[in-house]
Design a protein around this ligand. Structure first.
Ligand SMILES: O=P(O)(O)OC[C@H]1O[C@](O)(CO)[C@@H](O)[C@@H]1O
Length: 377
């Protein structure tokens, strides 16, 4: 990493007041569409609160969240109270949006209502059924690099998307799967994996966890502390998924459920809910937060787009930023498996950026491009 990069200030955050940005598009179109879909099926008691939120998003301002229900999200929001939605950091306003949806449904720490549970369970059912036709990936000896590629394809399963590419449409812009395979099999004490979506996403992650488990002492897998971004897995969703796998009539699904359950019983796999994954934190330059969440893990696998934004900071990086700039305070290696759905991306060559941009102007948000990217200590 050049000395000039060490001294450079962090890039500005993605915000909703950048005309033509994905953040602005999300506020104007994507998030209202998600609200409309919820309003269609919500009980009358909830519809009014959702409609009020829809109006607020367009003409209103940010209001305070109740304390402690969403970790420290209410504190993170403090500086923005009274601001227009169209003048907010992107990640902060998205997390606020989903917290407000949960409040509209009556979510509290005691009544953790998940308005997205039905959608996630349907996605899990569909992905479990699909295992019957994926014997190569369900083979416990499947090549690790094959599972890494499959994991990126699994990440297209994000229900918050305005478009969802088919897996044939995904092209890898960065494929460091060989480097990743060496890293995963060096015999680490602890590897962490931050889960993302239900459906094909989580199943490809469980297949990968089973495959790498013999090479490390512990795997700590993190789920979201509360429902968000429609598809994101919580502990409740994970427990329901494991029960479905164990009860499945599909031998490969049942075997996966048994193997994961055994890893949990042996304490080789630990499931954890991390409050930091529900606030607009970034890990790359917050050593204290990273240490608090990932402890002595030698490697953290960030799955999906949102987790990339948590790792790299929801900032307008030059896409040619030397990637190991993100390791200055991270204190361990990272492996990012993602289909790209937002404008946060580092470590590309200018040739790849220029070429891909000519192929699709929306290359950063269409979900048709993926990365297997290693940030090695
Ligand atoms: O499920 P994933 O891969 O984290 O994608 C979620 C991402 O998609 C978006 O909802 C749209 O780009 C982002 O706001 C969010 O980071």
């Amino acid at each position: 990493m050049s000395s000039s990069q060490q001294s450079k200030p962090s890039p500005s955050p993605l915000t909703t007041n950048e005309p033509g940005s994905f953040a602005a598009f999300s506020l104007e179109q994507r998030l209202p569409t998600i609200l409309d879909q919820l309003i269609q099926y919500a009980d009358t008691s909830v519809v009014h609160a959702l409609q009020q939120l829809a109006t607020e998003m367009q003409t209103g301002t940010i209001s305070a969240l109740p304390p402690a229900i969403f970790g420290t999200l209410d504190q993170a929001l403090q500086p923005y109270i009274g601001r227009n939605w169209a003048n907010m950091p992107f990640l902060t306003v998205e997390l606020y949006f989903y917290a407000r949806i949960l409040l509209a449904f009556g979510y509290t720490a005691i009544t953790p209502i998940d308005p997205f549970q039905t959608a996630k369970e349907a996605a899990n059912d569909q992905a479990i059924a699909a295992l019957a036709s994926q014997p190569e990936y369900c083979d416990p000896t499947c090549e690790i690099d094959k599972l890494l590629h499959r994991a990126v394809i699994g990440n297209t399963a994000d229900l918050s998307q305005h478009i969802m590419p088919t897996h044939e449409q995904v092209t890898l812009l960065i494929d460091e799967s060989e480097v990743a395979k060496k890293l995963l099999t060096t015999g680490m004490q602890r590897i962490d994996l931050v889960f993302d979506n239900a459906g094909a996403d989580i199943l490809t992650d469980l297949l990968l966890i089973r495959r790498i488990s013999p090479y490390c002492t512990h795997i700590v897998a993190h789920v979201r502390p509360y429902p968000m971004f429609i598809s994101d897995m919580t502990l409740v969703n994970m427990k329901a998924l494991l029960e479905k796998l164990l009860a499945s009539s599909i031998p490969a699904a049942r075997q996966l459920g048994q193997d994961i359950t055994q890893l949990l019983h042996q304490n080789k796999l630990i499931l954890r809910t991390s409050p930091a994954l529900g606030v607009p934190a970034n890990f790359y330059d917050n050593a204290a937060l990273t240490q608090a969440i990932f402890g002595n893990a030698e490697l953290v696998i960030f799955k999906g787009d949102l987790n990339y934004r948590f790792f790299a900071g929801d900032q307008r990086w030059l896409h040619t930023t030397e990637k190991n700039h993100l390791l200055q305070h991270f204190g361990r290696s990272a492996l990012c498996l993602r289909t790209i759905k937002s404008e946060v991306l580092v470590g590309l060559t200018s040739e790849i950026v220029d070429h891909t941009r000519t192929l699709r102007s929306d290359w950063l948000t269409c979900g048709c491009y993926g990365i297997i990217q290693v940030f090695a200590q």
